[in-house]
Design a protein around this ligand. Structure first.
Ligand code: ZN
Length: 490
């Protein structure tokens, strides 16, 4: 006899499959789509999105959920995910959802033009509209609770602003202190010269395999912005090249490989089910960041990488592996979050987290946002923002309504710090392996203890299970302070 649970799962599996198709269309648009296809593609994506939306709202899902019972932990987890999505879709009035979709798709273009012209005032009325709609949505979802917390659930189920605020409040002063000390010390040499772009791509593909990325179920292409797309047996990444900055290509690739390996390594039994995707943005970012930073920027791994770079590019002016390690980890002033070093990256995120909470709470107006940004930036970084494209206009997120998203970047870094501490205990000779370009014990530990589970556990729970302790900011801070004290002789 087919049960309500079986019917619900069969229906959900088709929705998941269609969601994967929509994602692949998005990948295609950023990589290989002919330029003249843009308008047709927009219509194709719109058609697919409306099918997906109708399936998520389908009244049969509500009926099945009312009758279905989970017989084991996996079934219970499936039902938890499906119920959460269905409840979310049901709480938001249809006209508000439609207005949000329309406004945010238009807002992105207006933001891009305002950024190109360094004109915040040209973007402000649109941002006000997006903010207003998301505040309405947050209120509808919160049902009397805190709207910002409700928005956070889209990216990090179970997280609250209060808990993140406590974590970030403990990070900020020690990061500011560390950046002041580091920037007061003599700086390591920067990389100079030019680096063949096809050699960068060849090296990046090799490094992707070194980090366990399965090329038979993935591929690496070039795009303007690096990203990872898809789940299960078709997980693709993009990277980019800059002739003067091969680290951009190499570390973007390692970062995206962390995201992609997570998706590839989820239990095959969960394929095309709600458990077959990474469980949250924060946990996802923990994987990309531990691959990129704690492993990829370690002294041991950069020693191996140095040899690979000499092989790929010849003598590039840094012959000592210790000097190369310092160059890779060089702390530098800058306005742009995505180009920030490990010490300053989270300060960029914390600034956005505080400002967007005030925007959602209604205690900061969009008309005062640029000034609030510039004041806070100078307080944290010690110098003034020179133009809006280097400040309040630099990120796309708010234009497309992603309030609540930024926090997951720093949460991911905190989780990566915890996982790294546990990994070091589990694999005592990690450095010897990384020094030989062998990441298999590290990536295997992450696969078996975290990635395999997909959506089975709640985000914080899966981290705690892997680490064996409740996650907090302590391990990340200890790691950063020790690492940069070593490099800068503090
Ligand atoms: Zn990422």
């Amino acid at each position: 006899m087919t049960t309500a649970y079986d019917e619900l799962m069969a229906f959900t599996r088709e929705t998941e499959a269609l969601g994967q198709v929509a994602g692949r269309l998005g990948w295609d648009q950023e990589t290989t789509m002919p330029r003249g296809a843009a308008a047709q593609r927009a219509e194709e994506m719109g058609a697919l999105e409306s099918v997906l939306h109708a399936r998520r709202m389908d009244p049969r899902v509500g009926d099945w959920l009312a009758k279905a019972e989970g017989s084991d932990d996996e079934a219970k987890a499936h039902l938890r995910h499906i119920r959460r999505d269905f409840d979310r879709a049901s709480k938001v009035p249809a006209d508000l959802a439609a207005e949000l979709a329309r406004t945010t798709s238009m807002a992105q273009g207006i933001w891009a033009e305002a950024r190109a012209n360094d004109d915040f005032a040209a973007f402000a009325p649109t941002l006000e509209r997006v903010l207003d709609l998301r505040r309405q949505e947050g209120a509808a979802l919160a049902n009397g609770g805190d709207p910002y917390d409700a928005l956070l659930q889209d990216y990090e189920p179970g997280a609250t602003a209060a808990e993140l605020d406590a974590m970030f409040g403990a990070l900020r002063p020690r990061l500011v202190e560390l950046r002041d000390k580091v920037l007061g010390a003599p700086a390591p040499a920067a990389l100079s010269g030019t680096f063949d772009e096809s050699a960068q791509m060849r090296l990046s593909r090799q490094i992707a395999k070194t980090f366990g990325y399965d090329m038979s179920r993935g591929r690496v292409d070039k795009a303007v912005h690096p990203f990872s797309s898809g789940s299960g047996n078709d997980v693709r990444i993009t990277t980019r090249t800059n002739p003067e900055d091969p680290f951009n290509c190499i570390y973007s690739t390692i970062h995206e490989v962390g995201h992609a390996a997570y998706e590839q390594n989820i239990d095959q039994a969960y394929l095309l089910t709600p458990l077959g995707r990474g469980v949250s943005m924060g946990v996802h970012e923990s994987q990309s960041r531990i691959y990129e930073n704690q492993l990829g920027r370690s002294r041991a791994f950069t020693g191996w990488l140095h040899g690979q770079m000499v092989e790929a590019f010849g003598d590039f002016g840094i012959s000592d592996p210790d000097a190369f390690y310092a160059t890779v980890n060089r702390v530098h002033n800058g306005y742009i979050r995505t180009e920030a070093d490990e010490v300053q990256y989270n300060l960029h995120v914390l600034l956005r987290f505080d400002l967007e909470r005030r925007l959602i709470a209604g205690t900061l107006d969009v008309s005062d946002l640029e000034e609030a940004w510039n004041t806070r930036f100078e307080a944290d970084f010690g110098y003034a923002v020179d133009k809006p494209s280097n400040g309040v206009l630099q990120d796309v997120h708010w234009s497309v309504g992603l309030f609540g998203y930024f926090a997951t970047y720093s949460l991911g870094n905190v989780y990566a710090g915890c996982l790294h501490e546990a990994l070091r205990k589990a694999v005592p000779d990690l450095d010897a392996q990384l020094a030989a370009g062998d990441t298999s014990a590290a990536t295997g530990w992450l696969r078996d203890n975290l990635q395999l589970h997909g959506g089975l556990y709640e985000p914080r729970e899966v981290i705690e299970r892997a680490c064996g302790f409740a996650p907090d900011e302590g391990p990340l801070l200890a790691y950063l302070e020790a690492k940069f004290a070593g490099i800068y002789g503090l």
